[in-house]
Design a binder for this molecule. Structure first.
Ligand code: GAF
Length: 389
């Protein structure tokens, strides 16, 4: 609440008018990592850390944006052709460009951005920023874009203005979240189902490795290419496959001699992760957190060894969590190369968990990892000035 009131006040001070405020959450993903761009399933939920965009119109054809976090502002004319620049402004330029490319007209606007999603922690602050800004333009100018269209606009922004060939999970989760539920999204058909995450005795706890990941650091795109390379080889035998979604372990093994060991490992991880996700959904629906936790550990091992997107700090956090009482499961979350682990911890053990994991990490790395005890919340929405939900 405090952050929204601060944002409104700052907006009035900067621009002298009352804004519409939009909140867009970051996400967790329980299981199904690096499966979205392989047309598989994912299981994310929106969380109680958000990016906020305050917006109001202005007569001149100019969009003026101030980012509180960076204490920086910039302006551009939305009627002009927009090109990528560098830094956070790319997200705003990209979203504006892709909304225009969808045939919509955007006028002048004054914008203020703030948020409490830790940047680079693997909780999708960038997807939340695109969702908040796109949703805010949609509201202000009555553009009539659906949540799914806004998700694709955010994804295209990452692809074309930022250079990360991400899947659709993060944007989808930020826009479609539902309090108390995770979403089982089929990234091929885009059909989805809300699954209650109804475990009052447990909390989802994130531990930040404090290693700032840079997906644009290209390794993410390399993983995607490696998966595509595996598919192109298997497709020579099985003509109607389109992605690793269509490949099973037997098909992969048949082609092992034709695939480089690295690409084989990458494909092996994705093919096994598809099954883990389906088994994980069953376990959740049967209330079996113990079985779910074992799957999380297997996912971490695959991400670390075969997919090679973990790092020393994340491996340490995931392994160390396994020795702490009351932890059902732990694994690295998101794109990797830094960011957070996701842990399912018994509510009564959360304080002990926090204290023990921080202490162990400090001993080894001389840094205190931040710990976030999350709630699963609603997706992107307008924040009403009287009622905050
Ligand atoms: C990042 C990407 F943006 C997602 O699309 C997804 O691939 C994820 O990494 C890994 O599951 O968050």
């Amino acid at each position: 609440m405090a952050i929204v009131e601060r944002l409104r006040k700052k907006f009035r001070d900067l621009y002298g008018q009352e804004p519409i405020v939009v909140a867009a959450p970051g996400r967790v993903n329980l299981i199904g990592e690096h499966t979205d761009y392989n047309e598989g399933f994912v299981l994310p939920g929106a969380v109680d850390k958000r990016m906020y965009v305050a917006i109001a119109s202005q007569a001149e054809p100019e969009i003026t944006i101030y980012a509180n976090h960076f204490e920086e502002s910039f302006s551009f004319n939305p009627e002009h052709a927009l090109q990528p620049v560098s830094g956070w402004m790319n997200y705003m330029l990209g979203v504006t460009h892709h909304i225009k490319a969808a045939g919509k007209t955007i006028g002048g606007a004054q914008v203020l951005i703030d948020g409490d999603i830790p940047v680079g922690a693997g909780m999708s602050s960038s997807a939340a920023l695109c969702s908040a800004y796109g949703f805010a333009l949609n509201e202000l100018f009555n553009l009539g874009l659906s949540r799914m269209e806004l998700a694709f606009i955010g994804q295209k922004t990452e692809h074309t203005f930022v250079g990360v060939k991400c899947g659709i999970m993060d944007q989808f989760a930020s826009l479609h979240g539902k309090s108390g539920h995770v979403m089982k999204l089929d990234c091929r058909s885009l059909e989805y189902e809300y699954i209650p995450f109804d475990f009052p005795d447990h909390k989802i706890v994130l531990v930040n490795s404090m290693v700032t990941h840079s997906l644009a650091g290209s390794e993410y795109n390399v993983r995607r290419q490696q998966c595509e390379e595996g598919v192109s080889i298997i497709k020579k035998t099985y003509h109607n496959i389109n992605s690793l979604r269509d490949v099973n372990l037997q098909m992969l093994q048949e082609h092992q001699h034709l695939i480089s060991p690295v690409v084989y490992d990458r494909c092996w991880y994705v093919v096994t992760e598809k099954d883990r996700l389906l088994n994980g959904c069953d376990a959740l629906q049967h209330g079996d957190l113990e079985a779910f936790g074992k799957l999380m550990i297997a996912t971490h091992n695959g991400l670390s060894k075969q997919y090679a997107v973990s790092c020393t700090q994340l491996d340490f956090l995931a392994e160390r969590a396994g020795y702490i009482k009351g932890v059902a499961g732990s694994r690295m979350m998101g794109g990797g190369f830094g960011g957070c682990t996701i842990n399912i911890v018994q509510t009564e053990m959360v304080d002990t968990f926090k204290q023990q994991i921080q202490h162990a990490f400090e001993q080894l790395f001389q840094v205190t990892p931040e710990v976030y005890i999350t709630q699963i919340e609603d997706g992107t929405h307008v924040v009403n000035s009287e009622v905050y939900h």
